[in-house]
Ligand binder design. Sequence first.
Ligand code: HEM
Length: 463
Amino acid sequence: MTLPNGPQTPAVVQMLQWVATPMSFMEDCAKRYGDIFSLQLNMPLVLVSNPQALQQILTSDTKEFAAPSDLNSMFEPMLGKNSVITVSGEIHKRQRQLLTPPFHGERMHNYAQTISNITQEVIQSWQVNQSINQPVCIRSAMQSITLRVIMQAVFGLYNGARAVELERVLSLMMDAGGNSPLRTLLLYYPVLQRDLGKLTPWGTFLRRREIVDKLIYAEIAERRENANPSRTDILSLLMAARDVNGEPMSDVELRDELLTLLTAGHETTATALTWAFYWIHKIPNVREKLIAELDSLGDELDLNTINKLPYLGAVCNETLRIYPVGMLTFPREVKEPVNLCGYDLEPGTYILGSIYLTHQREDIYPEPKQFKPERFLQRQFSPYEFLPFGGGVRRCIGNAFAMLEMKIVLATIMKQLELELVTTKDVRPRRRGLVTGPNQIINMVVKGLRGSTEVLTKSVTNV
Ligand code: HEM
């Protein structure tokens, strides 16, 4: 099989670079080989960052291309075999039909209030003029918010004893995927996934997963016993669903889908929010413009207004452009012989869209390393030039939900509190398991109060 050019170093060397420094590795390859190149990881993979080629792939990923499940099996230890991420074809299509509506349309109105309320709860414990020895760790705070929000959407609860325990163990489990390259290697090489006791990374992961599973199965069992047709959370919706043969989802299927939403739905948005707080407070001009826009609204902070704020939207977009949390799309497989960027690719070739490289293209984003929200006010980018949520048949289900959450959390906090960065060094992106995040902890302190909490809470009820 002829593949596009790429580094000739041994596969093991490429894998180490891929795990330790994926972004600079991709950038070096793009400089040398251009918009399309091949890497030899645990198998050959073609990376693409050309918008026309991405359009070709993502608009045809049920014909010339497919969104297979085999490479997504690396998610199985966590999400199981029945997750929307680990299935493909018709089953995948049906699961998406079930999961997409709760994250769009009318439902979003209810979530707006939940997001605002939970944000208020989390910031209640932040002290004004706190010593810089006891700063707020923005990532932990954002993770608390986004995990509670997604638990409310999925289960309709986030503050009972079971929910609190689930929040605690899930956070530990996600953090364990954290910064260590060794842990990332575990995901790529199933042969390394051995339970060598509770003090080893995989052993710890398995024990935490067991607790999470017990909590989720207990919730499912309780719901089966006390069915309540008036509930509108996602678990109730999934329990009411029937497949083509009229069969309901089994407990294992429900567990896999719930865990998928809980994990995909909180770490990503928490990381994006952490970056947003960093950039807003790193660049005074960005903070000033954002505050001016929020203040121009008075106390009228309803969902529609927040969603349409141009500068707030531009800040969120630029945050997701410069260091996209998901640096790649899920893999696509060539199904029929196809020409991509001048290369004839044969069936069986695996392709990844490089979201990171596309967002760093100088021809689309001049001075790509600079954080400039204004670029989103000056021109519109196509869905293949700006694609933080991927595209095609595996496009992120939580796209609209995540954008809404980012905007409400930022508006709620920025409207009330004056924050300052404690972290003064330049922060760079770094792999966190399969997503990317800041390479250091971002701490902030509250310098003062800007507005009244009460007014804000009341006005968001207008949604
Ligand atoms: C800023 C936050 C987020 C970012 C940057 C993000 C990014 C992505 C990306 C890049 C993909 C792969 C798309 C592709 O291969 O074409 C994806 C898929 C997915 N995302 Fe998100 N996501 C975010 C938030 C969320 C939220 C809040 C949820 C759930 C409520 C969610 C659920 C999913 C699911 C279930 C998939 C798999 C879809 C499928 O396989 O059909 N994501 N996301």
